[in-house]
Structure formats: structure tokens, C-alpha cells
Design a protein around this ligand. Structure first.
Ligand SMILES: NC(=O)c1ccc[n+]([C@@H]2O[C@H](COP(=O)([O-])OP(=O)(O)OC[C@H]3O[C@@H](n4cnc5c(N)ncnc54)[C@H](OP(=O)(O)O)[C@@H]3O)[C@@H](O)[C@H]2O)c1
Length: 335
């Protein structure tokens, strides 16, 4: 337990790419738990691209992070000083603690995790922030069926890597789009996608045409937006579903985001494009976690990711790794 716990606050909003100076470290004033409360020593912080959006003062699916306030973040920690009947000292919990070393909690929204079933990294990644959007985005929003040709962008990333594996498990053809030969190799050889397209050195639209022929793409799981979205739209199958999970290519943009130029293909192919937020499916999380735990246990779903050891000060550099494409799989900061 840190002697004087600290927290990371949003100090300013970025203009374009974010910098470490957009956050400031401060000492936390953590009160003694009252009845029904406990402390959490945060051990693992989930680093994800959506955090870039939370820095903006713009209408979104969550209110903007406040200047001078602790920056929001999810993660895992260990319970102590519990005065709560359902949370015992030593329990591992997964939830939203913010960028804090120590959090005071009432237990609301927290999940007690079983480290014997899976390590904290797996609860945050495949069973949490990244596996759940992959699962519901693909199977519910994308209505993926066996035999579908499924294309996934940011395929070597946290959400994309799981989405492609679920497509394979459910009997689809998974084609990944990723940056660079090493990521493309990882996607095919380790995650079991049928093929991968290196968007940094290949024409995505031409390679998709070669790989999917006259049939085209039944489900596009989009994590990036921008040019790649347009390249897939021009290759849609009849009745295709385009799932908008994210648009990381646009998050650092100052001014107007680039929208899809080829949207007309939705009419031509009688296709639909639909965005979603994973929290919309919260009631179904336990069943999805149970199914994914089975896949992990039987070896069909491979958790992929990297843990960076450090402290709160290392958070901005960890987030930068995602925007530089330096991460493979789920990125976690262990403090
Ligand atoms: N809808 C939801 O409920 C929900 C929930 C969680 C996450 N998300 C979204 O899902 C997406 C993936 O999140 P994640 O946590 O899994 O991140 P991630 O894929 O692990 O990391 C992002 C990856 O995006 C790629 N990338 C970065 N800049 C790019 C650019 N300009 N053009 C194309 N690719 C770029 C990089 O891979 P390369 O090296 O291959 O370029 C990078 O590794 C994000 O858009 C996130 O906001 C949505």
C-alpha cells in the first residue's frame, strides 16, 4: 500500500495529439471507509483508445472528463479495510476506479474476479473491456453467422484480435487488417485468421477484392474508420452488416472527422451500418464471459496482450503506444 496514495488528474485538453503534460499527478485524499465501503489498492489499469475521446469537451456517450479531476479508468485492484458485507479483504475486484493508486468504493458496479479461473489481465481484456465489445459487436450487432466472411480492422489489437477469433470459432472466415508484416503474421499464425492485409504497404480495397471475390464482405467489424472504412465499403456483400466499434484513425483529429465517402454502397448492397456501446449489453455479460472462459480453457480463444510495469506517471506513454500502433493485443499498466 502506498504511504500517501496518488492520482492522475486531467490538467488540460489536447489540441490534436495528446501529451504527458495534459495530466498532472497529485496526492489523493482517501477517507476512511464508512459502513458499506472499502478501499481498493489498484494493481492493473486498462489502457484503451477511448480515453482519448474522454479528454475532449464534446458531446459523447459519457460526459467529458473534468479538468482538475481524476481521469476515468477501469482496472483491477485488491480490497482492504472492508466494512462491506459482500467484499472481503483480499478479494480481487474489476471495475472503474479512475487513475488512482487507492480508491474508496461502495462496491457499486464492481465484479469480484476469480484469479483461479483467469489472471487479472484476462479479466480486463478478453473477459472485460475488449472481449465483450468483440463478442456483442460481432454476434449481436453484426449478426454474424457460420459461413460469413468477416473483416476486422486493428486486427492485432485488443478488440480486433478477439473479434477475429470469435468469427473463426463461430464458423466464419476471418480476414484481418493490421499495420506491418509482424502484426499480420501474428494475426494469421497465432490468432488463426485466414488472411491478413497490411494496410501500410498494400491496397486494402484491391486485396479485399482478391480475397473475397464476387461475394464480398458479410460483416465488417470496424475499429478504425477513415480510409480503411471506405476500402471495405466498396467491397461489401449483399445484405452486409458494418459494425462501428471505434474510429481510432480519427481520435487525434483537430476539427472535422473524415466520414465515409462510399456510404452509397449501403444502398447498392442493401447493407446496414450500426454503432454500439458495449455497456448496452451489460445484462448479458455473465453468459458471454462464461462462453469465452470455455473457449480460453479449450484453447480456441487466445488471450493476447502486454503488461507494462510502471506507475501512474507512465500512463500517458502507455496510451501513446496504442496511437503509435506499438501494442499487440490488450495493453495494461501494472502499478
Ligand atoms: N464500442 C465500444 O463499446 C468499444 C469498447 C472498447 C473499445 N472500442 C473501440 O475499439 C477500437 C479498438 O480498441 P482497442 O482497445 O482494441 O485498441 P487496440 O486495437 O488494441 O489498439 C489500437 C490499434 O489501432 C491501430 N491504429 C492506431 N492508429 C491507427 C490509424 N490511424 N489507422 C488505422 N489503425 C490505427 C493500431 O494498430 P495497427 O498497428 O494495426 O495500426 C493500434 O494498435 C477503438 O476504436 C476503441 O475506441 C469500442
Amino acid at each position: 500500500m502506498p504511504s500517501q496514495p496518488r492520482e492522475l488528474r486531467l490538467a488540460s485538453r489536447p489540441d490534436g495529439a495528446f501529451e504527458a503534460a495534459n495530466w498532472e499527478i497529485a496526492e489523493s485524499d482517501v477517507p476512511e471507509p464508512a459502513d458499506g465501503e472499502f478501499l481498493v489498492d489498484v494493481t492493473h489499469i486498462s489502457v484503451n483508445p477511448a480515453m482519448r475521446g474522454w479528454m475532449e469537451d464534446k458531446p459523447s456517450y459519457v460526459p467529458p472528463a473534468e479538468l482538475g479531476e481524476v481521469f476515468p479508468a477501469g482496472g483491477v485492484g485488491r480490497v482492504r479495510a472492508s466494512r462491506h458485507p459482500r467484499f472481503a479483504d483480499g478479494d480481487l475486484v474489476f471495475g472503474a476506479f479512475g487513475l488512482r493508486e487507492v480508491a474508496l468504493s461502495s462496491g457499486r458496479g464492481l465484479l469480484i474476479i476469480d484469479p483461479d479461473a483467469a489472471p487479472p489481465e484476462t479479466w480486463i481484456g478478453p473477459l472485460g473491456d475488449t472481449g465483450l465489445p468483440a463478442y456483442f459487436g460481432l454476434l449481436e450487432v453484426g449478426a454474424m453467422e457460420a459461413g460469413d466472411t468477416v473483416v476486422v480492422s486493428a486486427a492485432a489489437g485488443a478488440v480486433g484480435g478477439i473479434a477475429g477469433q470469435i468469427a473463426r470459432i463461430k464458423g466464419g472466415r476471418a480476414i484481418g487488417i493490421a499495420g506491418g508484416p509482424e502484426k499480420c503474421r501474428h494475426v494469421v499464425e497465432e490468432l488463426g485468421f485466414e488472411a491478413a492485409i497490411d494496410y501500410k504497404s498494400e491496397s486494402v480495397s484491391e486485396r479485399l477484392r482478391e480475397l473475397t471475390g464476387d461475394h464480398g464482405v458479410d460483416v465488417y467489424f470496424d475499429n478504425v474508420g477513415g480510409q480503411i472504412l471506405d476500402d471495405v465499403l466498396i467491397n461489401l456483400a449483399f445484405g452486409a452488416r458494418v459494425v462501428i466499434c471505434g474510429a481510432i484513425s480519427q481520435y487525434d483529429t483537430t476539427g472535422t472527422w473524415r466520414g465515409p465517402a462510399n456510404y452509397w454502397q449501403l444502398l447498392v448492397k442493401r447493407a446496414r451500418m450500426e454503432g454500439f456501446l458495449v455497456l448496452d449489453f451489460a445484462k448479458k455479460f455473465p453468459a458471454a464471459r462464461a462462453e469465452m472462459l470455455n473457449w480460453i480453457a479449450d484453447g480456441s480463444l487466445m488471450p493476447s496482450g502486454e503488461v507494462v510495469d510502471g506507475s501512474l506517471e507512465d500512463f500517458p506513454a502507455a496510451l501513446r503506444r496504442i496511437f503509435d500502433g506499438a501494442n499487440v493485443g490488450k495493453l495494461i499498466l501494472r502499478i
